[in-house]
Design a protein around this ligand. Structure first.
Ligand code: ZN
Length: 181
């Protein structure tokens, strides 16, 4: 099972992993969540989830509470963006309900794909047995199989938004380091 599958699976998991290794990374995650909750800036959190050491990442993976919380924050972001860009009309109760479902689906798919959109065959390297990977054609990226049509279009859009948010955070953090050095 790839990370994206496990991610979606663990959203519905009822038992949280609770061993020593997972405890150690909890405070780090808690502080990243606090920043996101206070300022609405998901950058530090996304950065930590994706690029932190493997311990932090597996803690995140195993903790359905973290995933649910991240998804909640990201769904709010996607809703804001979807409304601003008028993806769908929201004039009637029925429209609003359908819009909510769309925002939620796009948020779930884009986050899962962003967290691990790597080709399974080559592990994201694009190379297999010294040739371009046949599965992904050398791009190293997995097919976005979980969404189609309208949802897929917005999902890809939000995947690049996630890249932007994380990249902006990395750039800000790097410039801070330079200034203090
Ligand atoms: Zn590949």
């Amino acid at each position: 099972m790839g990370f994206a599958d496990r991610y979606i699976h663990s959203l519905s998991a009822s038992n949280l992993k609770d061993d020593e290794r997972h405890h150690q990374t909890e405070p780090l995650m808690a502080s990243a969540f606090a920043v996101a909750n206070l300022t609405g800036d998901l950058g530090p959190l996304l950065h930590r989830v994706k690029f932190a050491d493997s311990t932090a990442r597996s803690a995140f993976e195993g903790n359905a509470g973290n995933l649910a919380q991240l998804l909640r924050l990201w769904t709010a972001e996607v809703t804001k963006r979807g409304r601003a860009r008028r993806w769908v009309p929201e004039n009637t109760a029925w429209d609003a309900d359908a819009a909510q479902k769309l925002y939620r689906a796009v948020a779930e798919h884009s986050l899962a794909y962003w967290l691990d959109g790597k080709c399974d065959s080559c592990g994201g390297t694009g190379v297999e047995q010294a040739r371009a990977c046949r599965c992904c054609g050398g791009t190293g990226k997995a097919e976005l199989t979980m969404a189609a049509g309208f949802v897929r279009e917005h999902t890809l859009d939000m995947v690049s938004e996630l890249h932007n948010i994380a990249d902006n955070h990395a750039a800000r953090a790097a410039s801070k380091l330079r200034r203090s050095g």
